[in-house]
Design a protein around this ligand. Structure first.
Ligand code: GAL
Length: 374
């Protein structure tokens, strides 16, 4: 025993120092793609999420994913943190309903939940992409829920398609006259020059005018003047819409604009820097990653200009294996780009990518970092 002691001590010291190096990296750094444990030692389950900063605390809302299905069996989860590293599991903020026929019946699809705080009403307002149970991705609705407390429980209010009966704000009488001539039956073949022109002129907007516009991948954005916007993939994921919300943030107003018609963008994430709005999106390849896209505009109503992929370096052409979900402002000209690495065969094991946004020539660029401190 005595003879072995120095060896055992040496081994223990090596083990301890390895552990402490490991822990210090884990304790203060963001390590994209790794397991991120909450205060109960469980991998954080808040996918397609977004973050609300409220009274000095960050609240992270996301999709709870199960081991074998991406459908919503639990609901929208909430985690809180003051340093973006240590996360307290606040539990389920919006629970699925067991009432048959409920819009949010357990087993429906709830994706990309986002929460914003309304200073006038003192309410926390959650919007999410909703697909009704057993209808695949056909319903293409948004859902809204509300709570008096950031961690919930949120009360589900309603779900529907967007802006029924409303043409985009920029459609003047000439554009309306052109849209009037478009008939969906004449455009069975997609991606032809004629079809592109027709989509640009509102072929799908017209198709869905009465029942409301499709609303899938989405985010929310509150501007400096307190006006809030819902940004969502519409028109069969061909075109993004940006819709102004009512002052209570619970409904659409009647104003919306379109971004990149027929551009096939989803996963929108947005921020504003020095008066310029920047939006990062993905292409439409389901759970498989593709190259991020980027747009900018001097005003939220456009015009929106497309720029090259902001990601740089190895695997930049696949957004480092992820898909955008949110951009978190940190203050002092700093933002975090957040993305999901989906694991469709084991959805609960999906991972997170959080990377700093840098600026080169006044344009956002995103580089991979194994570990970094926010
Ligand atoms: C992705 C979308 C996800 C989810 C998935 C389903 O493109 O961003 O939120 O809807 O498709 O295949």
């Amino acid at each position: 025993m005595t003879t072995h002691f120095p060896y055992i001590r040496a081994i223990l010291l090596v083990l301890l120092s390895t552990l402490s190096i490991h822990m210090s990296a884990q304790d203060s750094d963001i390590r994209s793609g790794k397991l991120w444990l909450d205060d109960q030692g469980q991998h954080i389950n808040a996918h397609g999420g977004g973050i609300l900063q409220h009274n000095g605390t960050y609240y992270w809302y996301g999709e709870h994913k199960s081991d074998h299905t991406s459908n919503a069996l639990v609901g929208v989860t909430c985690y809180s943190s003051t340093d973006l590293i240590h996360w307290h599991n606040c539990g389920v903020a919006l629970s699925m309903s067991d009432r048959p026929g409920s819009d949010i019946e357990r087993g429906c699809i709830i994706e990309r939940p986002k929460v914003i705080y309304n200073h006038r009403t003192g309410k926390f307002c959650m919007w999410f992409h909703l697909e009704l149970k057993d209808q695949g991705y056909g319903a293409a609705r948004y859902g809204v829920a509300v709570s008096d407390r950031p961690e919930g429980p949120f009360e589900f209010l309603s779900s529907q398609r967007a802006n029924p009966g409303q043409w985009p704000t920029e459609f003047d009488s000439r554009a309306l006259a052109i849209a009037d001539t478009l008939h969906i039956a004449r455009y069975q073949q997609w991606w032809t020059p004629d079809w592109y022109r027709a989509v640009e002129c509102g072929l799908f907007v017209k198709r869905d005018l009465e029942g409301g516009q499709m609303s899938r991948d989405m985010t929310l954005y509150v501007d400096d003047d307190g006006k809030a916007y819902h940004i969502y993939s519409s028109e069969d994921n061909l075109t993004l819409h940006i819709a102004l919300l009512t002052d209570d943030y619970l409904h659409h107003s009647d104003r919306y604009t379109r971004v990149a018609p027929a551009g096939h963008n989803e996963a929108p994430a947005i921020f504003k820097r020095q008066g310029t709005y920047w939006m990062i999106t993905s292409g439409c390849t389901g759970w498989a990653p593709n190259a991020a896209r980027m747009f900018s505009a001097p005003c939220i109503w456009g015009p929106w200009t497309q720029h090259p992929n902001p990601c740089i370096g190895p695997r930049a052409d696949k957004t480092f294996g992820g898909q955008s979900t949110f951009i978190l402002p940190l203050g002092n000209d700093r933002w975090i780009f957040m993305a999901d690495i989906w694991r469709p065969r084991h959805p609960s094991d999906a991972r997170y990518i959080w990377l700093p946004i840098d600026f080169e020539d006044d344009k956002p660029v995103i580089r991979w970092c194994d570990e970094w401190h926010p």
